[in-house]
Design a protein around this ligand. Structure first.
Ligand code: NAD
Ligand code: MG
Length: 399
């Protein structure tokens, strides 16, 4: 029985993870759940999974969960609040593995706490790697923590690599393994075919309508700008130890091929499936075995076709900015992540226009890309500075 802590349990990935647990109760015991403010979903999940701990971001939400659970004396869940408690449930001895699925920079410290204690880490929170890259991988090396990629593209690449490389995530030697390069696919989002001029008038609800995947709001906006693919480019660099010429991005509207590995002999190995995150979640949780995830098998006869194209950087300037930041260095990607977070929430709250997301990010990266980053404290400091600079840009644009 594996004792799993699920951070971000009330969100899209968290709920899919609980569904995989639900289907495999003989293999997994929910040790702890952690979330932001959604007390109602937390209460429902505590009643079903009876974790030893439930952690809410704010005490007020924890109080609500605690009071409701008192009505069910057989449920022994201890309800806590705050980031220290999140770090604790991700790192105590009783916990075997952690699903890191808090959204954004808020997910970094708890994921890192798990890594430092050598936990098996199912990594959905890509922002951790965007913010800390080498430091995160180095922490895993020191503790012996095993990182398994949940993000569907990275999970597909992981599955398409030889076992020798699957066993050394963070330190792969792809040249020696006969890999030419990896091909990172992305749907291109809802605005792939719209006239470029119309992007100026895009509303949050239009950007939230992803054509193939159902996800939380932040990553859905990131997918529409392809900042998400840019983040995944950076994430892939760190997970698979990639050089500049070992990674290419392809737009693939059907989201059936979740990414591929091109070998030097001409072979291409890919992972295909329906766009449902329960597949990569089940893959990492059961690795090296396979378990049922509840995902429907692919019906190839019903597929209308698979198409691929080069990304158009005029349409997706955020993708280009992220790729440039990737090779620019850690300060650039840390600043990019902070700026994007501020800009995306400002757009969702109707404070700035869709195309301003790029402007805020580009200006913030230019301002901070030469900063020095030596450790996690300096990452957190730069994150704060970049976030505050980006918020000022938002206010200036608003006026
Ligand atoms: P979501 O918005 O649906 O859920 C986010 C979760 O994080 C919620 O449970 C929320 O309560 C929690 N949370 C937010 N702030 C918190 C805080 N300060 N403290 C504690 N908990 C907090 O997001 P999601 O779509 O599930 O994405 C989660 C992560 O997984 C993101 O990093 C995203 O990039 C990554 N990811 C998601 C998908 C997907 O299909 N949804 C795919 C690949 C990667
Ligand atoms: Mg992805």
């Amino acid at each position: 029985m594996e004792n799993i802590t699920i951070l971000g349990s009330t969100g899209s990935i968290g709920q899919s993870t609980l569904d995989v647990v639900r289907r495999n109760r003989d293999l997994f015991n929910v040790f702890a759940l952690g979330a932001g403010s959604n007390a109602d979903v937390m209460i429902r999940d505590c009643l079903e999974f009876e974790p030893a701990f439930a952690v809410m971001k704010q005490e007020i939400a924890a109080e609500k969960v605690r009071n409701e659970l008192k009505k069910y004396p057989h449920v022994r869940t201890e309800v806590l609040s705050g980031s220290d408690a999140l770090n604790t449930v991700a790192s105590v001895d009783e916990c075997d593995s952690v699903m890191a699925a808090i959204v954004g920079s808020a997910g970094l410290v708890s994921a890192l706490a798990a890594v430092k204690k050598g936990k098996k880490l199912y990594l959905a929170n890509k922002e951790s790697l965007i913010m800390t890259g080498h430091l995160f991988i180095e922490a895993a090396r020191k503790s012996g923590s095993r990182i398994l990629p949940v993000d569907s593209e990275h999970n597909a690449i992981f599955q398409s690599l030889p076992e020798s490389e699957q066993l050394r995530i963070g330190f792969c030697e792809l040249n020696a393994a006969g890999v030419s390069h990896v091909l990172l696919t992305g749907s291109g989002g809802p605005f792939r075919d719209c006239p470029l001029d119309d992007l100026r008038r895009v509303t949050p609800s239009q950007a939230l309508a992803h054509p193939t995947w159902s996800m939380g709001p932040k990553i859905t906006i990131d997918s529409s700008t392809m900042m998400n693919k840019g983040f995944e480019f950076i994430e892939a660099k760190w997970l698979f130890n990639l050089e500049n010429d070992q990674i290419k991005v392809l737009v693939h509207p059907q989201s059936v091929v979740h990414s591929m590995v091109q070998y030097v002999d001409g072979s291409v190995v890919a992972e295909l499936g329906n766009p449902d995150m329960r597949t990569p979640i089940a893959r990492v949780m059961a690795y090296p075995k396979r378990i049922s995830s509840g995902v429907e098998p692919m019906d190839f006869v019903k597929l209308s076709g698979l198409t691929f194209m080069e990304p158009d950087y005029d349409r997706y300037p955020c993708l280009k900015l992220a790729i440039d930041s990737c090779w620019n260095g850690q300060a650039a990607t840390t600043a990019l992540n902070a700026a994007n977070e501020s800009a995306v929430y400002a757009f969702l709250n109707n404070k700035i226009a869709y195309l301003d997301i790029y402007k805020v990010c580009a200006e913030t990266v230019a301002k901070f890309c030469s900063d020095n980053i030596a450790d996690v404290d300096s990452v957190l400091e730069l994150h704060k500075k970049a976030e505050s600079f980006a918020s000022q840009l938002v206010t200036r644009i608003q006026k």
